[in-house]
Design a protein around this ligand. Sequence first.
Ligand code: BGC
Length: 755
Amino acid sequence: MKTRLILSLMLVVAWVTACGQSGQRGKQAAGNDVPVFLDDTKTIEERVEDALSRMTVEEKTAILHAQSKFSSAGVPRLGIPELWTSDGPHGIRPEVLWDKWSQAGWTSDSCTAFPALTALAASWDPDLAKLYGVSIGQEARYRKKDMLLGPGVNICRTPLNGRSFEYFGEDPFLSSTMVVPYVQGVQSNGVAACVKHYALNNQETNRFLTNVKVDDRTLYEIYLPAFKAAVQKGGAWAIMGSYNLYKDQWCCQNEYTLNGILKGEWGFDGVVVSDWGGAHDTDQCVNHGLDMEFGSFTDGLTSGPSNVYASYYLANPYVEGIKSGKYDMETLDGKARRVLRLIFRTVMDRNRPYGSFVSPEHIAAARKIGAESIVLLKNDGGVLPLKDEGKILVVGENAIKMMTVGGGSSSLKVKKEYSPLEGIRERFANAEVVFERGYVGDTGGQFDGVVTGQDLNENRSAGQMVADAVEAARDADCVIFIGGLNKSNFQDSEGADRQSYELPYGQDAVIEALAAVARKMVVINISGNAVAMPWVDKVPAIVQGWYLGSEAGHSLADVLSGDVNPSGKLPFTIGRQLSDYPVQTEAQYPGIARTEAIKMGPMEATIFDAEYSEGLYVGYRWFDHESIVPTFAFGHGLSYTSFEIGEPKVSGSVEKGLTFSIPVKNTGDVAGAEVVQLYVTARNSSVERVPKELKGFSKVYLEPGKTATVKITIGKDAVSYFDAGKHEWVAERGDYSALIGTSSDVLPKTVDFKY
Ligand code: BGC
């Protein structure tokens, strides 16, 4: 009630001010009580036009750039409020100072950390993506954020990419399917999702300086679909340009990707936001489609000069350019119109819900999403689920290390993060649970002033730690090794890529030593990327654990105990070694330095050209093409029960929708979920095609002994390729096969069809 009253008063004040200063009193007095732009019975477009008609050039540009690290100014004279953004994409970033990266020191900003997006992708469950989006959107809203800087949908091109953990894996169809409900969920709160990083931001090495060279077909078929789905199906209200270049233009000011594809071909009506420090000159920012500029003179992680907002490329230089006639009003209006639309969709939507923060529902959602995303990679002899173990030995730093702090802009502050060790201790209260460190990885634990408070220092030598762990393993009924990567530099972290595909800190040797003595052994790999597993044949059970957020320990214990039957599937291929992957040469990655420098804002910069010469052959497309057997294939994931796929029936047509009805039976003893996957192969295409591509999937939950019929419908999209010459998608007539199964390498059913 009180808030409504204040809002009504604000409306009146704003109206009086608006009428007084815009010289439009006469127009408003003609029978209209409230100016059109404040009247939410009017359409957003009517409100936008009305607000725009009242604004000065200075006011129009003021809403196009930051006024602080994470906010932009509104139009105070008209009562249009500020717009606040926040990272993203796994929880709401803790509050920083107005013009600094350091902490504001709030005591009320400890959020729910949801599992990383790779984990969400591994759930292969769009309903969970919706739950995720709704929940994180509620947290954003409660914290008065109008735009969430996420989700990230860049394709995992190399497992070295430091930011893979923030994305949905290697496949465009999976990423596209999962991003849509996430975006819709966030925006159901009146909070914009800002889909990032558009486009071709597939590495952190030289991230500001890499110019991607990719052919059009690969661009459209591999790297753009998730962005397009987020925009066209998800209705995203904002998109963030990436740091890198494409066709020699930075992607925050890129004529081809922004004006050409995004706004032109896809009809995007939202706002293009620069990544923090991704804008580099006024001409291109003005003319090539950027709408909102943030973080200039900094890369979002490092500090730059203070309070330079007036000199942003879209601030004073833009105003001067308008006044001198260099830039036209129409372009400025176009940008301001988009930002006003965003404002009316979010901060000026009086009917949006109020949100909630660290609610029991959010904690439960984080736990559920986490448990559903865990992938059981291997389970020989039914080692898992754990039974009544007398003594459980847990080894490894990742059993105790907090993972919500670190990794770059997605770093969070949480009230409580359940570590794997805590989760195991709590769930297996009747067992003796012993911990051994095994190795020392990263003992740090701070990001931008948020500290974990954990003391991870260790005095023993590396050899002693292994010896102690092996000794403890001798009389343990079960050894659980919990290691992998972490969020420090050169691991799963923004700003730098991994330096090797192998596990760091000598973990392979620790695992081998334990495997030699353990009666039962489980390895849990915590990472957002594929890693080498040279010990794969020596360890009976392997689990892919991800970064699971606040409820990590609970989600893991749910699966280890069998309270939750694992149903996650890999969103990327785990190769045996780095050379298994398509990105092999320096020219492909990280790129070759040019000899001539180019201008980057006030500086000169050396650009690196990265040739995506592997083309369409990314992830399993490459492994299939080269017949390389990975350690674990894309789409792989086991269960504590077993499933049988029956004979598919087909109805309909590609033109109108071809539906495959696939019987799935739970043939084991416990309830569980299976992801039925459908890949399409073109048998006689006139153009080069990859061996197979994911074109449909469906997750089904079944009680033991029960059968359900899963329906997967494909359309023309499933048989189309992008014809670069014609610059259009072509659904080609011909013979196709649908390969149906439970993993990209387990596809027992083949159904031929024609288009
Ligand atoms: C990152 C973005 C992030 C922004 C704001 C940048 O460094 O690339 O993903 O949203 O900072 O923190």
